[in-house]
Design a protein around this ligand. Structure first.
Ligand code: PLP
Length: 427
């Protein structure tokens, strides 16, 4: 079966042919390639067509596909340890590593995905504060937990779904919507509901409405409101952790979060997540405290081994972050120059190896409303052009492109060549 045949047949057995909606390329008028292998930054589909990958499994593969050290750790561990549902030394090793190397993490709990991490962190915030309401920001995505599925960013935006069927209104009654980078709005929200707010969850660098960094003064306002009202500040670093810096987006801000969630890179390409923070809060978790959260596969040995191999490699090669910053800057500057030459209206937001091309004539994109001004049709044409030229990018205007330590200057130059070809015909 060729790639297209496999995808068509998949639609008979799995809704939309996929196990996660954005993979289906909805709105792009074409079927996604069915991928069979990956190495470094190259992926190969079932027709043996190769692509330079800027999706990297939607973020996790900062070391590229099938990094040899990660694969070796998985192979060695799987020979003796698939799952026990009992404590293992590997859990201690990864848990201790994260508590020692990351800021503001005294204790940590492993889970199996980013969704699990954020929904559990919110439950913990509620259990700890005894309050019910949660603030999330429009355009931010924190996984598919019911309480977060309003104004939930990319996947939901791309599918054009206003909210989500199957979420009872009772489940979102305690969700308050904040406006990203709007200090006055959040002040008003706290003035009205502050005494009921258990926590505020935020992507410190948003990646799920395209890349937008929280402004320093906005973050400081969040911290001071949380302090004033006894609410917890939760950084969702599922995408940014170990990516925008080894210690994550936390290092970009002066304020300290109370709880932080991780997934994606920390699992080295396997299903993984974690949340952690202050000891006093974390000890509210069962079996020490009264907030129950559990998982048959949580802390799975193979996942822990893949995570450890990844994080150790990053920690031993901190120069990777400068390298990615450097090629990221080349990519950004190259694209902007081409866009200018061909009078293609474009804004780029970039933090390290995370960047988004916003097709808009605004001067800057700093809010969710700004994001909504983008030219969806131009994005679609850009996406299709790049894919056909062999560049795998996310099929949505509201996503980030990801760079890895394996991308080379040649990869960047090739991308720019294909982009120039697009830009020259865009208007
Ligand atoms: C991907 C993502 C999640 C959800 O993680 P899953 O592992 O897909 O459940 C949550 N928050 C952010 C910021 C993400 O980027």
């Amino acid at each position: 079966m060729n790639s297209n045949e496999i995808f068509e047949e998949s639609k008979k057995y799995m809704p939309g042919g996929v196990n996660s909606p954005v993979r289906a390329f909805n709105g792009m008028d074409l079927n996604p390639p069915v991928i069979k292998s990956g190495r470094g930054v190259m992926i190969k589909d079932e027709d043996n067509k190769e692509y330079i990958d800027f999706v990297l499994a939607w973020g996790p593969l900062f070391l590229g596909h099938c990094d040899e050290d990660v694969v070796q750790a998985i192979q060695e561990t799987s020979a003796n340890a698939l799952a026990f549902g009992a404590p293992t030394k590997l859990e201690l090793d990864l848990g201790k590593f994260m508590c020692t190397h990351l800021d503001n993490i005294d204790m940590i709990r492993m889970v199996n995905s980013g969704t699990e991490a954020t929904m559990s962190a919110v439950k913990l915030a509620r259990g700890y504060t005894g309050k019910s309401k949660i603030v999330k920001f429009a355009g931010c995505y924190h996984g598919h937990f019911d309480g977060f599925l309003i104004e939930a960013g990319s996947g939901v935006l791309t599918e054009g779904i206003p909210g989500c069927l199957g979420v009872p209104k009772e489940s979102i009654e305690n969700t308050l919507i904040g406006v990203y980078n709007d200090k006055n709005q959040i002040k008003e929200l706290f003035k009205k509901h502050g005494n009921e707010i258990a926590g505020v969850i935020i992507e410190p660098v948003a990646g799920n409405m395209g890349v937008i960094k929280a402004e320093d003064s906005f973050m400081e306002e969040l911290r001071s409101l949380c302090d004033e009202y006894g609410s917890l500040l939760i950084f969702d670093e599922v995408m940014t952790g170990f990516r925008v810096a080894f210690k994550g987006a936390q290092t970009l801000f002066k304020v300290k979060p109370d709880l932080v969630t991780y997934a994606k890179i920390m699992g080295g390409g396997l299903p993984c997540g974690a949340y952690g923070g202050k000891r006093e809060i974390m000890e509210k978790l069962s079996p020490v405290g009264g907030v129950y959260q559990a998982g048959t596969m949580s802390g799975n040995p193979i996942v822990m081994a893949a995570g450890l191999a990844t994080l150790n490699k990053l920690n031993n090669n901190l120069g990777y972050y400068d390298y990615v910053e450097n090629i990221g800057m080349k990519l950004e500057q190259g694209i902007l120059k081409i866009a200018q030459n061909y009078k293609l209206p474009l804004v780029i937001n970039r933090v390290g190896g995370m960047l988004t091309l916003f097709f808009t004539s605004l001067k800057e994109v700093r809010t969710y409303d700004d994001v909504k001004t983008c030219n969806a049709n131009m994005f679609k044409r850009y996406f299709k052009h790049m894919l056909s030229e062999g560049f795998n990018i996310a099929p949505s205007q509201f996503e980030s492109m990801f760079l890895s330590v394996k991308h080379t200057e040649d990869d960047i130059n090739n991308f720019l060549k294909a982009f120039e070809n697009f830009a020259s015909k865009a208007n």
